[in-house]
Write a protein that binds this ligand. Structure first.
Ligand SMILES: *[C@@H]1O[C@H](CO)[C@@H](O)[C@H](O)[C@H]1NC(C)=O
Length: 321
Protein backbone atom coordinates (compact mmCIF):
# COMPACT_ATOMS: atom_id res chain seq x y z
CA UNK A 1 0.00 0.00 0.00
CA UNK A 2 1.42 3.31 -1.03
CA UNK A 3 0.11 6.27 0.88
CA UNK A 4 3.19 8.26 1.77
CA UNK A 5 3.82 10.88 -0.87
CA UNK A 6 2.90 8.25 -3.45
CA UNK A 7 6.03 6.21 -2.86
CA UNK A 8 6.25 2.55 -1.89
CA UNK A 9 9.33 1.03 -0.37
CA UNK A 10 9.72 -2.30 1.33
CA UNK A 11 12.32 -1.83 4.01
CA UNK A 12 11.18 -4.81 5.98
CA UNK A 13 12.17 -8.32 6.35
CA UNK A 14 9.99 -9.95 8.93
CA UNK A 15 12.64 -12.31 10.22
CA UNK A 16 14.02 -9.40 12.18
CA UNK A 17 10.66 -8.87 13.86
CA UNK A 18 10.52 -12.46 15.07
CA UNK A 19 10.36 -12.67 18.78
CA UNK A 20 9.92 -8.96 19.36
CA UNK A 21 6.15 -9.05 19.37
CA UNK A 22 3.36 -11.52 19.63
CA UNK A 23 1.28 -9.79 17.01
CA UNK A 24 0.00 -11.98 14.22
CA UNK A 25 2.82 -10.85 11.93
CA UNK A 26 5.60 -11.88 14.22
CA UNK A 27 3.72 -15.08 15.00
CA UNK A 28 3.54 -15.88 11.29
CA UNK A 29 7.24 -15.34 10.90
CA UNK A 30 8.09 -17.36 13.97
CA UNK A 31 6.51 -20.54 12.63
CA UNK A 32 8.24 -20.36 9.28
CA UNK A 33 11.96 -19.99 9.51
CA UNK A 34 15.34 -20.41 11.02
CA UNK A 35 17.01 -17.03 11.45
CA UNK A 36 19.16 -17.46 8.37
CA UNK A 37 16.32 -18.09 5.91
CA UNK A 38 14.92 -14.85 4.57
CA UNK A 39 11.15 -14.60 4.87
CA UNK A 40 9.47 -12.72 2.04
CA UNK A 41 8.30 -9.24 2.99
CA UNK A 42 4.69 -9.20 4.08
CA UNK A 43 2.91 -5.89 4.31
CA UNK A 44 0.78 -5.42 7.43
CA UNK A 45 -1.95 -4.01 5.17
CA UNK A 46 -3.52 -0.56 5.23
CA UNK A 47 -4.82 -0.58 8.81
CA UNK A 48 -1.84 -1.86 10.75
CA UNK A 49 1.70 -0.56 11.05
CA UNK A 50 5.17 -2.09 11.21
CA UNK A 51 5.52 -2.20 14.95
CA UNK A 52 7.15 -3.52 17.09
CA UNK A 53 10.31 -3.15 15.07
CA UNK A 54 13.81 -1.99 15.83
CA UNK A 55 13.86 1.47 14.35
CA UNK A 56 16.86 3.60 15.10
CA UNK A 57 17.61 7.29 15.34
CA UNK A 58 19.27 9.15 12.51
CA UNK A 59 19.25 12.55 14.21
CA UNK A 60 19.29 12.50 17.98
CA UNK A 61 19.77 14.61 21.07
CA UNK A 62 20.94 11.89 23.42
CA UNK A 63 22.13 14.18 26.22
CA UNK A 64 19.46 16.88 26.11
CA UNK A 65 17.44 15.52 29.05
CA UNK A 66 20.55 14.64 31.03
CA UNK A 67 21.74 18.23 30.67
CA UNK A 68 18.47 20.09 31.12
CA UNK A 69 16.87 17.79 33.71
CA UNK A 70 13.32 18.64 32.64
CA UNK A 71 10.20 18.20 34.71
CA UNK A 72 8.21 17.80 31.51
CA UNK A 73 9.35 16.96 27.99
CA UNK A 74 7.24 18.32 25.14
CA UNK A 75 7.35 16.14 22.04
CA UNK A 76 5.92 17.52 18.81
CA UNK A 77 5.46 15.00 15.99
CA UNK A 78 5.87 16.87 12.74
CA UNK A 79 6.48 16.00 9.09
CA UNK A 80 10.11 16.44 7.94
CA UNK A 81 9.24 19.19 5.44
CA UNK A 82 7.13 21.14 7.92
CA UNK A 83 9.78 23.64 8.97
CA UNK A 84 7.10 26.35 9.10
CA UNK A 85 5.29 24.82 12.08
CA UNK A 86 8.56 24.11 13.88
CA UNK A 87 9.62 27.74 13.50
CA UNK A 88 6.26 29.01 14.72
CA UNK A 89 6.49 26.77 17.79
CA UNK A 90 10.08 27.90 18.47
CA UNK A 91 8.93 31.52 18.34
CA UNK A 92 5.86 30.96 20.52
CA UNK A 93 5.16 28.47 23.32
CA UNK A 94 8.19 26.36 22.42
CA UNK A 95 10.40 29.17 23.71
CA UNK A 96 9.16 28.70 27.28
CA UNK A 97 11.98 26.69 28.76
CA UNK A 98 10.66 26.86 32.30
CA UNK A 99 7.52 27.60 34.28
CA UNK A 100 7.03 27.80 38.05
CA UNK A 101 10.74 26.99 38.50
CA UNK A 102 10.38 23.74 36.58
CA UNK A 103 12.35 22.99 33.44
CA UNK A 104 10.47 22.30 30.21
CA UNK A 105 12.28 20.67 27.28
CA UNK A 106 11.02 20.66 23.70
CA UNK A 107 11.86 18.25 20.90
CA UNK A 108 10.41 17.65 17.45
CA UNK A 109 9.98 14.10 16.26
CA UNK A 110 10.22 13.16 12.59
CA UNK A 111 10.50 10.15 10.39
CA UNK A 112 12.05 9.89 6.94
CA UNK A 113 10.87 11.78 3.94
CA UNK A 114 10.62 9.64 0.83
CA UNK A 115 10.54 10.51 -2.84
CA UNK A 116 12.34 13.04 -4.97
CA UNK A 117 12.78 15.68 -2.33
CA UNK A 118 14.12 13.25 0.25
CA UNK A 119 17.79 14.06 -0.07
CA UNK A 120 17.36 17.81 -0.15
CA UNK A 121 15.06 17.76 2.86
CA UNK A 122 17.46 15.53 4.77
CA UNK A 123 20.30 18.01 4.20
CA UNK A 124 18.10 20.84 5.40
CA UNK A 125 17.16 18.87 8.49
CA UNK A 126 20.81 18.32 9.39
CA UNK A 127 21.37 22.07 9.13
CA UNK A 128 18.28 22.82 11.18
CA UNK A 129 19.37 20.32 13.80
CA UNK A 130 22.79 21.96 14.04
CA UNK A 131 21.14 25.33 14.47
CA UNK A 132 18.49 24.42 17.02
CA UNK A 133 19.47 21.08 18.58
CA UNK A 134 15.86 20.03 18.97
CA UNK A 135 15.25 17.42 16.25
CA UNK A 136 14.85 13.70 16.77
CA UNK A 137 14.55 11.64 13.61
CA UNK A 138 13.92 7.93 13.28
CA UNK A 139 14.19 5.73 10.20
CA UNK A 140 10.56 4.93 9.44
CA UNK A 141 8.72 6.54 6.55
CA UNK A 142 6.96 9.63 7.83
CA UNK A 143 3.32 9.78 6.79
CA UNK A 144 -0.11 9.91 8.31
CA UNK A 145 -0.56 6.16 8.18
CA UNK A 146 2.61 5.71 10.24
CA UNK A 147 1.73 7.94 13.18
CA UNK A 148 1.43 4.95 15.47
CA UNK A 149 5.07 4.16 14.74
CA UNK A 150 5.97 7.76 15.52
CA UNK A 151 4.19 7.65 18.85
CA UNK A 152 5.85 4.40 19.87
CA UNK A 153 9.27 5.65 18.79
CA UNK A 154 8.59 8.71 20.96
CA UNK A 155 7.98 6.47 23.97
CA UNK A 156 11.11 4.46 23.18
CA UNK A 157 13.11 7.68 22.92
CA UNK A 158 11.78 8.98 26.24
CA UNK A 159 12.64 5.69 27.88
CA UNK A 160 16.15 5.67 26.48
CA UNK A 161 17.07 9.33 26.90
CA UNK A 162 14.72 10.99 29.43
CA UNK A 163 14.09 8.40 32.13
CA UNK A 164 14.38 10.96 34.94
CA UNK A 165 11.82 13.46 33.66
CA UNK A 166 8.49 13.36 35.48
CA UNK A 167 6.15 13.76 32.52
CA UNK A 168 6.01 13.96 28.75
CA UNK A 169 3.42 15.64 26.63
CA UNK A 170 2.82 14.76 23.03
CA UNK A 171 1.43 17.80 21.28
CA UNK A 172 0.55 18.34 17.63
CA UNK A 173 2.26 21.07 15.64
CA UNK A 174 -0.91 23.09 15.02
CA UNK A 175 -1.68 23.57 18.69
CA UNK A 176 -1.37 26.38 21.19
CA UNK A 177 0.03 25.31 24.54
CA UNK A 178 -0.19 27.26 27.77
CA UNK A 179 3.03 26.00 29.35
CA UNK A 180 2.53 27.49 32.85
CA UNK A 181 -0.97 26.01 33.07
CA UNK A 182 0.38 22.64 31.99
CA UNK A 183 3.11 22.73 34.64
CA UNK A 184 0.63 23.93 37.29
CA UNK A 185 -1.68 21.04 36.45
CA UNK A 186 1.17 18.54 36.62
CA UNK A 187 2.59 19.90 39.87
CA UNK A 188 -0.50 18.46 41.56
CA UNK A 189 -0.86 15.33 39.45
CA UNK A 190 0.01 11.72 40.26
CA UNK A 191 3.57 10.76 39.32
CA UNK A 192 2.74 7.25 38.15
CA UNK A 193 0.14 5.59 35.92
CA UNK A 194 -1.02 9.02 34.83
CA UNK A 195 -2.36 9.54 31.32
CA UNK A 196 -4.52 12.56 30.67
CA UNK A 197 -5.79 14.80 27.90
CA UNK A 198 -9.11 15.08 26.14
CA UNK A 199 -10.36 11.67 27.21
CA UNK A 200 -13.12 10.05 25.20
CA UNK A 201 -14.90 7.04 26.62
CA UNK A 202 -17.14 6.20 23.70
CA UNK A 203 -15.08 6.68 20.57
CA UNK A 204 -17.03 5.08 17.74
CA UNK A 205 -15.15 2.87 15.31
CA UNK A 206 -15.71 4.52 11.93
CA UNK A 207 -17.07 2.06 9.39
CA UNK A 208 -17.40 4.37 6.40
CA UNK A 209 -14.55 3.46 4.02
CA UNK A 210 -14.36 7.12 3.00
CA UNK A 211 -13.56 8.23 6.56
CA UNK A 212 -10.02 9.35 7.38
CA UNK A 213 -10.09 6.94 10.33
CA UNK A 214 -11.84 3.97 8.71
CA UNK A 215 -11.31 0.60 10.35
CA UNK A 216 -13.10 -2.47 8.94
CA UNK A 217 -14.81 -4.95 11.25
CA UNK A 218 -12.33 -7.70 10.28
CA UNK A 219 -9.61 -5.64 11.95
CA UNK A 220 -11.56 -4.43 14.98
CA UNK A 221 -15.00 -5.96 15.47
CA UNK A 222 -16.26 -4.01 18.51
CA UNK A 223 -18.31 -0.88 17.75
CA UNK A 224 -16.47 1.41 20.20
CA UNK A 225 -12.84 1.85 21.18
CA UNK A 226 -11.60 1.63 24.73
CA UNK A 227 -11.16 5.04 26.42
CA UNK A 228 -8.37 7.08 24.89
CA UNK A 229 -7.03 10.63 24.94
CA UNK A 230 -7.33 12.48 21.62
CA UNK A 231 -4.01 12.75 19.80
CA UNK A 232 -3.91 16.55 19.68
CA UNK A 233 -2.18 16.68 23.05
CA UNK A 234 -1.88 14.20 25.88
CA UNK A 235 0.32 13.82 28.93
CA UNK A 236 1.92 10.69 30.36
CA UNK A 237 3.84 10.20 33.57
CA UNK A 238 7.25 8.82 32.72
CA UNK A 239 6.79 5.46 34.30
CA UNK A 240 4.27 4.64 31.58
CA UNK A 241 6.61 4.79 28.59
CA UNK A 242 8.15 1.41 29.49
CA UNK A 243 4.79 -0.17 30.27
CA UNK A 244 3.24 1.10 27.05
CA UNK A 245 6.11 -0.14 24.89
CA UNK A 246 5.84 -3.52 26.59
CA UNK A 247 2.03 -3.62 26.20
CA UNK A 248 2.22 -2.55 22.55
CA UNK A 249 3.53 -5.95 21.51
CA UNK A 250 0.32 -7.57 22.76
CA UNK A 251 -2.03 -5.17 20.99
CA UNK A 252 -3.03 -5.05 17.32
CA UNK A 253 -0.91 -2.18 15.91
CA UNK A 254 -3.66 -0.12 14.29
CA UNK A 255 -2.62 3.05 12.52
CA UNK A 256 -4.72 5.42 14.65
CA UNK A 257 -2.10 6.35 17.23
CA UNK A 258 -4.29 7.72 20.02
CA UNK A 259 -6.69 4.80 19.82
CA UNK A 260 -3.72 2.44 19.84
CA UNK A 261 -2.43 3.95 23.10
CA UNK A 262 -5.94 3.60 24.56
CA UNK A 263 -5.84 -0.08 23.63
CA UNK A 264 -2.41 -0.41 25.28
CA UNK A 265 -3.74 1.26 28.46
CA UNK A 266 -6.64 -1.18 28.47
CA UNK A 267 -4.18 -4.03 28.05
CA UNK A 268 -2.28 -2.71 31.08
CA UNK A 269 -5.52 -2.32 33.05
CA UNK A 270 -4.68 1.31 33.85
CA UNK A 271 -7.55 3.82 33.58
CA UNK A 272 -7.05 7.22 31.97
CA UNK A 273 -7.33 10.31 34.15
CA UNK A 274 -9.72 13.17 33.38
CA UNK A 275 -8.04 16.58 33.47
CA UNK A 276 -8.97 18.68 36.53
CA UNK A 277 -11.01 21.04 34.30
CA UNK A 278 -13.12 19.92 31.36
CA UNK A 279 -11.96 22.86 29.20
CA UNK A 280 -8.19 22.34 29.60
CA UNK A 281 -7.83 20.40 26.32
CA UNK A 282 -9.69 21.59 23.23
CA UNK A 283 -10.09 19.81 19.94
CA UNK A 284 -12.29 22.51 18.38
CA UNK A 285 -10.13 25.59 17.90
CA UNK A 286 -10.71 28.18 20.62
CA UNK A 287 -10.47 31.60 18.95
CA UNK A 288 -7.64 33.65 20.36
CA UNK A 289 -8.26 36.02 23.22
CA UNK A 290 -5.94 36.70 26.15
CA UNK A 291 -8.68 35.70 28.54
CA UNK A 292 -9.62 32.44 26.80
CA UNK A 293 -6.01 31.32 26.29
CA UNK A 294 -5.11 32.12 29.91
CA UNK A 295 -7.56 29.48 31.13
CA UNK A 296 -6.76 26.46 29.01
CA UNK A 297 -3.82 24.07 28.66
CA UNK A 298 -3.99 23.27 24.96
CA UNK A 299 -6.15 24.08 21.99
CA UNK A 300 -6.15 23.44 18.30
CA UNK A 301 -5.63 26.75 16.47
CA UNK A 302 -7.52 28.07 13.48
CA UNK A 303 -5.73 27.30 10.25
CA UNK A 304 -5.31 30.95 9.33
CA UNK A 305 -4.63 32.34 12.79
CA UNK A 306 -1.43 34.39 13.07
CA UNK A 307 0.05 32.36 15.90
CA UNK A 308 3.13 34.53 16.32
CA UNK A 309 1.10 37.74 16.53
CA UNK A 310 -1.33 36.14 18.98
CA UNK A 311 1.60 34.95 21.07
CA UNK A 312 3.13 38.42 21.23
CA UNK A 313 -0.19 39.76 22.40
CA UNK A 314 -0.57 36.97 24.94
CA UNK A 315 2.85 37.68 26.46
CA UNK A 316 2.16 41.38 27.03
CA UNK A 317 2.02 42.35 30.68
CA UNK A 318 -1.32 43.15 32.26
CA UNK A 319 -4.43 41.27 33.28
CA UNK A 320 -5.65 38.49 30.98
CA UNK A 321 -9.34 38.98 31.52
C1 LIG B 1 5.62 3.06 7.35
O1 LIG B 1 6.99 2.94 7.64
C2 LIG B 1 7.51 1.70 7.32
C3 LIG B 1 8.94 1.71 7.79
O2 LIG B 1 9.66 2.73 7.18
C4 LIG B 1 7.40 1.44 5.82
O3 LIG B 1 7.86 0.15 5.50
C5 LIG B 1 5.94 1.58 5.39
O4 LIG B 1 5.85 1.50 4.01
C6 LIG B 1 5.38 2.90 5.87
N1 LIG B 1 3.96 2.94 5.64
C7 LIG B 1 3.43 3.57 4.62
C8 LIG B 1 1.94 3.54 4.56
O5 LIG B 1 4.11 4.14 3.80
Amino acid sequence: ICLCYGICICLFNLTSATGIGVSHRAADARTTSAPTTPVPYKSPGPYLVEYPYRYHFIINEPTKCQQQKPFVVLVVPVAPHNRADRDIIRRTWGSESSALDKVVTLVFLLGLRSGEEAEKIQDQLLEESKEHGDLIQSNFLDCYKNLTIKTMVMLEWLDAYCPSAAYAMKIDSDMFLNVPNLVRMLADAPRTNYFTGLVTKSGLVLRDPKSKWYIPAEIYPEPVYPPYALGLGYVVSLDLQKKLVEASSHVLPIYIEDVFLGMCMKNLGIPLTEPPKWNYFNVLPVSYSRCAYSKLVATTTHQHADRVKDWEDFKKPGPYC
